[in-house]
Design a protein around this ligand. Structure first.
Ligand code: FAD
Length: 622
């Protein structure tokens, strides 16, 4: 399951949601439950399209009467019959109004509940928006009865002004019931949190589809109800890129290996497969991914969504391993994409930010399975920066960890080997000390920040001051312990700026004794590529990851450090990791990415209504 998902206490249990049948009828909507209301229906004098949603589905005997003449008949007692216990939302939209498909959040207006049984006259509610409505007799008031009972041209009924071709959508707040023909089930009351518990959201409905048809159904429903959709993989992104309060699709059940082409050494998988499962499957076929990030509890489509990277100057970021993918777009079409088919969309979708559609499948170029020999040894910042090229040449997957407030560096070489696995891992040092003691000491340091300098030096001396070697199958070496919850920033700068940028960060820390930085600053490298939104677009890059832990979930002040680092990264032409913290907006990205306009035009084409946007992405595109 992606991220952390909880059901809130007050959650109404599982919601079964059926695709809202988008019958746009010039019609009246009524129900046979209280057909007496038909007598009181009122000719509104305007064309009314009724988007019939769950209303008619909740009660099997509900019906829609197509009429030659347009009528609106939505009296609360009818609705009470349809929704015996649920308050309702009524979406009132004019389809000719472009705002219906606007990425802006819909305007919501709650009609104040009137005195029971007395009708109501709230002052001038907007004619469009989302109206809260309760069935009569249930104590929360009602609204449409008076409006419906009043001719449209009457000014005495301000509650519902029926525009020409207005669109109604009735949506229960809680526990709707749907007929058994429903294919897709959404849960309400689910709380989503990312791995670091730094961001979360409460999606109105949370889906775990098992087929493309179900996803299509969810998108249909989202379209009809003007909802946004976020697809989530492992929920590991440290930012809010995967958050939404509308519909969330967790892809954990779309996790199959679809095809292994041994000759081409390629594998096609469903987008929701975790790399941890894929690694194991590949090794059964004698294959492996050429590079991986620090964790594998992340989804295939998720890692390419944010441009996950590791290290190795001969290796690109993970999306460079993608040779094909398929995308279910907002319109419900499936697009196959590769270098030769839909080539433009492919270059955009290899690092898609989750905003182009639902990534259904991904095809990775693999390599023969291999073992890695990891050698970790101590060094100094001066030595490493002065001999950076040598280190890069000496080891295929070279990276180093710098311990801020000191000269200390740990160098990590990882290289293919034929030797059998051997490990020097030790639970006491790796976990009892490296995890639990560190967390405790960092928590103490929240009261005495100057301790951080001492902690950084002490742990270097304790854990990293001697040479350590490990050999294992590649993915077990690529993946490493990221300890406890944390805030991170990780920008890519041109590789030739590594030394200047790092020395400037070191100097800034020395010059500001009050600014503290947790260890490590992790420095990794990646080859240039041609992926439009890749931080390595057309340049070999150095990624510089800074971290501030959250010992026992406690936030440690980091603003100064964050801003100083960001300023240095921007000065050296940096581009932020898409999954991690940054304060950039569209203006910044336009400067950073030469192909940004191309990406925007693909996005506009594939998702003109902004169905796949959220708050994070609005900052990127608006
Ligand atoms: C402990 C830890 C270690 C990490 N190590 C590294 C590292 O070494 N290198 C690195 O670069 N990053 C690293 N990250 C960041 C991580 O790799 C990225 O955040 C990655 O995107 C997470 O994958 P996910 O499946 O959890 O994606 P999510 O966070 O679930 O989603 C990421 C994006 O992809 C979209 N998405 C997911 N699935 C789909 C789909 N099927 N269709 C359309 N859109 C989809 C989401 O909407 C979102 O926009 C780390 C994060 C953590 C918490």
């Amino acid at each position: 399951m992606g991220g952390d998902v909880e059901r809130s206490e007050g959650g109404a249990g599982e919601r079964k949601v059926l695709q809202a049948h988008a019958l746009q009828l010039k019609a009246i909507s009524c129900c046979t439950v209280s057909c007496s209301q038909r007598d009181s229906r009122v000719h509104c004098g305007c064309q009314v399209s009724v988007q019939k949603c769950e209303a008619s589905l909740v009660h099997p005997s509900a019906c829609v009467h197509a009429q030659p003449e347009p009528f609106v008949c939505m009296q609360p007692h009818n609705l009470a019959g349809l929704f015996p216990s649920a308050p309702l939302d009524v979406l009132f939209r004019d389809p000719s109004d472009r705002r219906i498909s606007s990425p802006q959040p819909q305007r919501v207006c709650r009609i104040p509940p009137p005195a029971r049984g007395k009708g109501h006259s709230p002052s001038a509610p907007p004619a469009e928006g989302c109206y809260s409505l309760s069935p009569l007799g249930l104590g929360r008031g009602c609204l449409l009865s008076q409006a419906a009972a009043t001719p449209h041209h009457s000014t005495s009924s301000p509650h519902v002004v029926l525009h020409r071709s207005a669109l109604f959508c009735i949506k229960p707040h809680s526990t709707p019931r749907f007929p058994s023909s429903s294919m897709v089930h959404g849960q309400g009351g689910v709380k989503f949190q990312n791995w670091a518990k730094t961001y979360g959201s409460s999606p109105e409905l949370y889906f775990q589809p098992t087929s493309v048809e179900e996803i299509r159904e969810i998108l249909d429903m989202a379209r009809q109800r003007n909802k946004r959709v976020k697809v989530v993989g492992g929920g590991h992104s440290p930012s809010d890129i995967a958050c939404t309060d509308d519909f969330m699709i967790q892809m954990g059940k779309m996790n199959k290996v679809l095809k292994v082409d041994k000759e081409k050494q390629q594998v096609t998988v469903e987008g929701g497969i975790f790399l941890s499962d894929l690694n194991v499957e590949l090794s059964k076929h004698g294959l492996a991914l050429a590079n991986l990030g620090a964790v594998s509890e992340v989804a295939a489509a998720g890692v390419i969504g944010t441009g996950t990277h590791n290290t190795g100057i001969k290796h690109g970021i993970l999306p460079t391993q993608v040779v094909g993918l398929s995308l279910l777009t907002a319109s419900g079409d499936i697009l196959e994409c590769s270098e030769s088919i839909n080539a433009d969309i492919f270059q955009a979708a290899r690092l898609h930010l989750g905003c182009l559609g639902v990534v259904l499948t991904v095809t990775f170029q693999c390599v023969p399975q291999f073992h890695l020999h990891e050698v970790t040894f101590p060094s100094t910042l001066t030595e490493v920066l002065n001999h950076l090229d040598d280190h890069l040449k000496r080891s295929q997957y070279f990276r180093f960890l710098w311990f801020p407030h000191s000269e200390n560096v740990t160098v990590i070489y990882q290289d293919p080997t034929n030797k059998p696995p051997s490990s020097s891992a030790n639970w006491f040092w790796d976990y009892a000390v490296g995890y639990y003691l560190l967390e405790f000491l960092l928590w103490i340091s929240t009261f005495v920040p100057s301790l951080v300098r001492w902690i950084n030096r002490f742990f270097f001396w304790l854990l990293f001051s001697s040479r350590v070697e490990n050999i294992n199958v590649s993915y077990k070496i690529f993946n490493y312990e990221c300890r406890f919850k944390q805030h991170v920033q990780d920008w890519a700068i041109p590789i030739e700026k590594t030394k200047e940028a790092l020395l400037e960060l070191k100097a800034a820390l020395e010059n500001n004794p009050k600014m503290v930085a947790h260890y490590p600053v992790e420095v990794r490298f990646a080859r240039a590529d041609e992926i439009w939104l890749s931080p390595c677009f057309q340049r070999d890059s150095c990624y510089m990851n800074i971290i501030m832990y959250r010992p026992y979930g406690k936030n440690v002040p980091r603003l100064n450090y964050w801003l100083t680092y960001e300023g240095i990264m921007k000065k050296y032409g940096g581009r932020p990791h898409w999954a991690k913290a940054h304060s950039c907006t569209r203006k910044d990205f336009e400067k950073m990415y030469p192909a940004f306009p191309k990406f925007c035009s693909v996005r506009d084409k594939l998702d003109p209504t902004g169905m796949f946007l959220n708050t994070y992405l609005e900052k990127v595109f608006y």
